[in-house]
Design a protein around this ligand. Structure first.
Ligand code: AMP
Length: 586
């Protein structure tokens, strides 16, 4: 099949008039103040995400409309906007009764069950800051984040508590309460914990939202860097303006849409777009409680009549691998827009969408720190497969370079590679890294927020992802900090040093590969390799642990003692080793 470098769109292909029809005119007329004016605001003044997302609709004509449809293992459960309001009021009352106040931090460790969604939105109502953890994390990443975030409350499930939290509980002195969601709705009875269902049943379903304003914290999302502990990106209630505008322009949400965001709320996409943005637009969201399964996913797209689908490159590549025949057993007449985020989306995947689903996949770009989509391919515009698209209205993006004096300025010439930067000031921009002001300051140069990604802009204004400026690993769309993995490996008595890299993989983008050297008296071999893999998996969990481990007599280090991951990677891939002038003499 002929695959030109551009997919041209025609007005006839569009099922509904696109929200972003005229890119230049919308950008020129756009202001964040105007978006803010479309939001209701709290009745007594101020701004709260839960009021915009839930209360506004629960008090109006959408009160009986389904907000979420949960597809559980056994049954489906629909929760309407009115019911969501009452449930989240109950949870806000639960927090209040436990003495949890505004600004305190609640951690969440759970699969995609209704209680998770109620907890997030109920916490917003109480002014409590939510920090979601990915349920496939092991005990170490969980403990590190709760300690850093000084969590007061943890909401988790009975099973996850027993498997992952019980053994680290003593390390978490700030944690005053642990609320457990029982299996199959059964009450739990584990010492030192409270039963979520019982507390909810006792609480009133009437609650006055605690006054918050646009600069009050709403979410704390941990993200990984190259060195040191994870960074807690702090987000505010005012971010809701970005969620609203990007729901409109990047995801093209219309009131009648059935929307499915496949991201887990343990990561930023799953909260900004799996919870907040669709509610703001009063649409119905599908939540699949199960893990990936190609046949199931096609069935959901078909039977649930999904019209807008937001997913990720790894998932698309897994569907591609499963073969087009499964896809063709079903039909998707309601599907009108498919978007993807989190990793580079290969042109083949964009075309696969067109050939198999009848719609190309629209890549978009953003990161934990930006809080919302910044650069996107939207329904009305031509797609250049392989490109992330163009900056949304309200967003100024540039490729920047540092001069000899360290001054950062935008590069005007097209097709020049450099760091991707965004003009600071959009509403969902992070407000800091918790307890790490220094690292936060490093994100900025003058007016520019520096993304840590390398990209280029073509002559037409489309942005193309090139790579990262650092060593973080993207595996199945999840950012993994090599330092966290290295530290866990170093805890094993046999390991002298560890260096961790992302090794390219055709399906998940990168897999975590570790190189270790051993202490005197230990011998490299299959048994030890398996033991180390098991050790890392037990501590870090499946989402973070290395998939491959190789032994080296010693690891390359800089003269200042840092492990040269870049060199490990170059050697692994058989690439030129680049500048090794700082390499310690071997
Ligand atoms: P996270 O903060 O975990 O959401 O990860 C953000 C990082 O994922 C970005 O800085 C990029 O390195 C990568 N990323 C996100 N979206 C894309 C995309 N569309 N294309 C390429 N890389 C992406």
């Amino acid at each position: 099949m002929d695959r030109p470098g551009i997919i041209r769109k025609s007005a006839a292909e569009l099922r509904v008039p696109p929200n972003l029809a005229d890119y230049a005119a919308t950008r020129a007329a756009f202001s964040w103040q105007a978006v803010r004016a479309e939001l209701a605001g709290l009745p007594g003044g101020g701004l709260n995400i839960a009021f915009e997302a839930v209360e506004r609709h629960a008090r109006g004509p959408l009160r009986d409309k389904t907000a979420f449809r949960f597809l559980g293992a056994q049954a489906k459960r629909d929760i309407g906007y009115g019911e969501l309001s009452r449930l989240t009021n109950r949870f806000a009352n639960v927090l209040k009764s436990l003495g949890i106040g505004k600004g305190e931090r609640l951690f969440l460790l759970s699969g995609r069950v209704p209680e998770l969604y109620v907890t997030v939105l109920g916490s917003f109502k109480n002014g409590t800051v939510v920090s979601p953890l990915f349920s496939a994390f092991g005990p170490e990443p969980i403990a590190t984040r709760i300690k850093l975030g000084e969590g007061s409350v943890l909401v988790t499930t009975e099973l996850l508590y027993e498997r992952k939290v019980e053994k680290i509980r003593a390390e978490l002195p700030t944690l005053r309460h642990v609320l457990l969601v029982g299996e199959d709705g059964q009450a739990t009875n584990i010492p030192g914990t409270l039963d979520f269902g019982t507390l909810m049943a006792q609480a009133s379903d009437v609650f006055d939202i605690v006054p918050t304003d646009s600069e009050d914290l709403s979410l704390l999302h941990f993200t990984s860097g190259t060195t040191g502990t994870p960074k807690g990106a702090m987000h505010v209630h005012g971010a809701v303006a970005t969620h609203y505008a990007t729901g409109r322009y990047a995801l093209d949400l219309h009131a009648e849409d059935i929307f499915w965001c496949t991201a887990d709320p343990g990561w930023v996409t799953g909260t900004s777009y799996g919870i907040i943005a669709p509610l703001l637009h009063g649409v119905t969201s599908i939540v699949d409680e199960a893990e990936f399964d190609a046949e199931r996913w096609y069935r959901i797209l078909d039977e649930e009549k999904v019209s807008v689908w937001y997913t990720a490159p790894t998932a698309i590549r897994m569907l591609m691998k499963a073969g087009a025949e499964i896809a063709r057993k079903r039909s998707y007449p309601n599907l009108r827009f498919v978007a993807s985020v989190g990793e580079p989306l290969n042109p083949e995947a964009v075309w696969w969408g067109k050939e198999v689903l009848g719609l190309p996949i629209h890549d978009n770009w953003w990161q934990t720190e930006t809080g919302g989509i910044m650069i996107a391919n939207t329904p009305a515009f031509d797609i250049k497969p392989g490109s992330m698209g163009r900056p949304l209205p309200g967003i100024e993006a540039a490729i920047v370079k540092k001069d000899a004096e360290g001054k950062v300025s935008p590069v005007d010439t097209a097709d020049t590679e450099g760091e991707l930067a965004l003009k600071a000031g959009w509403p969902s921009m992070l407000r800091g890294y918790l307890h790490n002001e220094e690292r936060y300051k490093k994100c900025f140069a003058g007016d520019w927020y520096l993304t840590g990604d390398l990209a280029r802009r073509d002559a037409d204004g489309w942005f193309w992802f090139v790579g990262r400026t650092d060593d973080v690993i993207k595996s199945a769309g999840h950012l993994i900090g090599p330092f966290e993995v290295e530290s866990a490996l170093m805890e094993h008595p046999a390991v002298a040093e560890a260096g961790v890299i992302g090794k390219p993989d055709a399906v998940v983008g990168e897999v975590v590969k570790a190189f270790v050297s051993l202490k005197q008296g230990f011998e490299a071999g299959e048994a030890l390799r398996l033991e180390l893999l098991g050790h890392a998996r037990k501590r870090l969990g499946a989402a973070v642990a290395p998939k491959e481990i190789a032994f080296l007599p010693s690891l390359p280090r800089t003269r200042s003692g840092k492990i040269m991951r870049r060199l490990l990677k170059a050697r692994e891939l058989g690439l030129p080793e680049g500048d090794t002038s700082t390499l310690e003499a071997g």
